[in-house]
Design a protein around this ligand. Structure first.
Ligand SMILES: *Cc1c(COP(=O)(O)O)cnc(C)c1O
Length: 388
């Protein structure tokens, strides 16, 4: 079946009530027929629901949908995107193992690499987005994983997934891609050689700023390890959030189409504005990795980075003058959100470190929502005009 149909028609079996929409299974555990049923279920001779920390019909429906959308064999759903990232590493790596990661990754993932994984002697080496050819020189006998996001946050750079896939195959490494900014609708990293794909479902998958969630999908043998780790350590997605997210997936294609259409219009507007130095959006011809973006993404996504002339103060001034758009930490919402990374999320980095991940003082990130583009542009225009 096609993407939109899978998103709508992948469903858990109906109960005797013959409900049309999937019911919510708000139960912590499930009952057994007898002692033998219980024994066979615990020994996994029988595949069935036991306890919602392990699996639940709603989380399974959500995982099945994501697997179909990503072309994955299996998956596990988590309470947040970060619990998906952490549990994936914790399940697959041993003390002493080594990770090779893109330099620009989500802030908390970076903190995991620099502050927490080193506690277990798991260390990370970094490559810059444009330096994929340097990866091979970073490989050691202890290297187990290559990790990247594309498009990246907040710089909206594009990583060549096919090249990463080839390097991972050649050296027998596990390629893990955080596909959050693209969603399963715009990009399927498994097609390019990824072994595992991670999503923060909090972003465009929910798309309405309501619930947190995460998911890891990919090769069945790796997911088995991630499942066993998670079943015993407890990062499971709640059935309620799974039910919400599963419903959200039914409208993912239509929402993301509109997000991308709006974002392209706004990127084109910004590109012509005299107070803007540069605009980065994957489907603008001016994007440095435009050709790669066209090859691996269906559309350009909903995140735009641009630089306001005049540096930090003008970046902040711009945010202070915004009226309609929200100043908020989330992204991928129906509501357009603007952030100024240099004075907020990345303020603790030195100017050099910020430069490495493509953040300049006047850079603003927009997560384009589903309001009328006319109204969003009116707001951006008046805020840009306020800048001297
Ligand atoms: C938000 C985000 C995460 C973390 O997801 P949470 O659901 O907030 O834990 C991970 N990766 C990327 C790229 C993100 O944008």
């Amino acid at each position: 079946m096609n993407f939109e149909t899978e998103a709508i028609r992948t469903q858990i079996d109906r109960t005797d009530f013959q409900e049309h929409s999937s019911p919510l299974y708000l139960t912590s555990s499930f009952v057994f027929e007898d002692a033998e049923d219980m024994r066979a279920s615990f020994s996994e001779e029988k595949q069935r629901t036991i306890y919602s920390r392990f699996t639940n019909p709603n989380t399974s429906e959500f995982v099945d949908k994501i697997c179909n959308m990503e072309g994955a064999e299996a998956g596990y759903a988590f309470a947040t995107g970060m619990s998906a990232v952490f549990s994936t590493f914790a399940a697959l790596l041993d003390g002493g193992d080594h990770i090779i990661s893109a330099r620009s990754v989500f802030g908390s993932t970076h903190t995991l690499f620099t502050k927490f994984l080193p506690k277990w002697n798991i260390n990370t080496s970094y490559f810059k987005i444009g330096e994929v050819d340097k990866i091979e020189s970073l490989i050691t006998p202890k290297t187990k994983v290559i990790y990247a996001e594309s498009p990246t946050n907040p710089g909206v750079d594009i990583v060549d997934l096919e090249r990463l896939g080839k390097i991972a195959r050649k050296h027998n490494l596990i390629l893990i891609i955080d596909n959050c900014f693209a969603t399963p609708y715009l990009q399927n990293p498994i097609k390019f050689g990824a072994d595992l794909v991670i999503h923060s479902a909090t972003k465009l998958i929910d798309g309405q700023g309501r619930v947190l969630g995460g998911v890891t999908v990919g090769k069945a043998d790796l997911i088995r390890e991630i499942y066993l780790f998670s079943r015993n350590t407890g990062p499971a997605l709640s059935p309620f959030n799974a039910w919400v997210l599963s419903k959200s997936l039914e409208t993912l294609a239509i929402r993301v189409d509109r997000h991308c259409e709006n974002a392209l219009k706004i990127a084109e507007f910004l590109e012509t504005h005299p107070k803007v130095n540069w605009v980065k959006y994957p489907f603008l011809k001016s994007h440095p990795q435009y050709d790669i973006a066209k090859r691996q993404m269906k559309l350009g996504g909903n995140i735009i980075a641009f630089e306001i002339k005049g540096g930090v103060e003008f970046g902040k001034e711009f945010l202070n003058t915004i009226k309609l758009c929200s100043l908020s930490a989330n992204l991928g919402d129906t509501r357009t959100i603007v952030t100024h990374p240099a004075s907020t999320t990345h303020s603790k980095l030195s100017i050099d470190d910020r430069g490495e991940v493509g953040i300049t003082d006047g850079m603003v990130r927009i997560s384009v929502g589903l309001e009328s583009t006319e109204d969003i542009i009116t707001d951006l225009k008046q805020a840009l005009q306020s800048i001297p």
